[in-house]
Design a protein around this ligand. Sequence first.
Ligand code: ZN
Length: 70
Amino acid sequence: MGIVGKGAKCNVSGCDNDAVRSLNTGKVEDAGLSVSSDGKKTALCKTHYKEWKKETKGSRDLERARFDRF
Ligand SMILES: [Zn+2]
């Protein structure tokens, strides 16, 4: 489980919750979340993980919609 298994905190700036997931930092930033991690991996708390999932789902839907049209 990497960093999350050791009681890491969420890496989103301003957030101090316990992390539940670790994700590729680039992917998190792509979703519009502001991350204070300088590593390759970013730890996310439950709230921000949900937010991240929502964001990535949103852009996937957008891409699919675009793809369908053309
Ligand atoms: Zn958080």
